[in-house]
Design a protein. Structure first.
Length: 263
């Protein structure tokens, strides 16, 4: 995948980490339908590649992603609505691919994450953001409702009052406030988001792939299960991992370094 381009999405490998870069800097990395389809395909190809152990999603230049291209959306209003319906299905397919990927997916955010860019950021498993990044759910300010899973991510993570504030008001929200809500994992100085995300991804890439995939499935699956069903899913995943090769090596290594009789 190194050096290839899918629409306006650049793909490169950093060892076991796939780096996906939203590349449309003249328009603050605005999203484009070709990017949705290419993104979903790239993530699913990575999911089937055992050499890819983590994914980082970032933006080229000064911004993560400014959301949709309003000029394109204005032109779209003159075209059949079913075309835009198809574009959004493709965007949502990309977001679902990020969630369903067995690998950890980290968003590295500098500058603006606005509208659909904010939604796609929230669709990642983990978020690293610069302290001066700008987050805004700007849909309502131009007469639109959310796409890209923005309403779903916020409604599941926050009380209704907080989610509705972000979506109805459409104003900027600081990364510090989002960090306090648990929507951002790590805040870093300006210019350090990608490097920090890559370092984290490389560390996660050394973990147990099967256990990581099960952890993602358990966390996201818990949204839809009753507690007993979730406990059963935890049991099945634990047993499968316990008898796996990685756990055998890891447990033995841990015990070999631990004194049997502490002094």
């Amino acid at each position: 995948m190194s050096g290839t381009t899918t629409g306006q999405l650049l793909l490169r490998r950093e060892g076991p980490v796939l780096v996906m870069t939203i590349a449309n800097p003249a328009l603050r990395n605005a999203l484009h339908p070709a990017m949705y389809r290419g993104g979903a395909q790239a993530v699913r190809e990575a999911a089937a590649d055992p050499a890819v152990r983590a994914i980082v999603l970032t933006g080229e230049g000064e911004h993560f992603c400014g959301g949709g291209d309003l000029n394109r959306l204005r032109r779209q209003r003159e075209l059949p609505a079913h075309e835009q319906h198809g574009h959004l299905d493709a965007l949502h397919d990309w977001v679902m691919a990020l969630q369903e990927s067995p690998q950890p997916v980290i968003a590295a955010v500098e500058g603006a994450a606005a509208g659909g860019g904010f939604s796609v950021c929230l669709g990642c498993d983990l978020v690293v953001a610069a302290e001066d990044a700008v987050f805004v759910m700007s849909y309502a300010r131009i007469g639109l409702s959310p796409d890209g899973g923005g309403s779903d991510s916020l409604a599941r993570a926050l009380p209704p009052q907080a989610a509705l504030e972000l979506l109805l008001d459409g104003g900027k929200v600081t990364p510090q406030r989002l960090h306090g809500w648990g929507l951002i994992n790590r805040l870093v100085p300006h210019g350090q988001a990608l490097a920090t995300a890559l370092e984290w991804a490389q560390r996660l890439a050394r973990g147990a792939a099967g256990a990581q995939a099960d952890i993602k499935r358990l966390v996201y699956g818990a949204r839809h299960r009753e507690r007993r069903a979730q406990l059963d899913a935890e049991r099945d995943a634990f047993v499968a991992n316990l008898y796996g090769e990685h756990a055998g090596r890891a447990i033995a290594a841990f015990l070999d370094k631990t004194p049997t009789h502490p002094t």
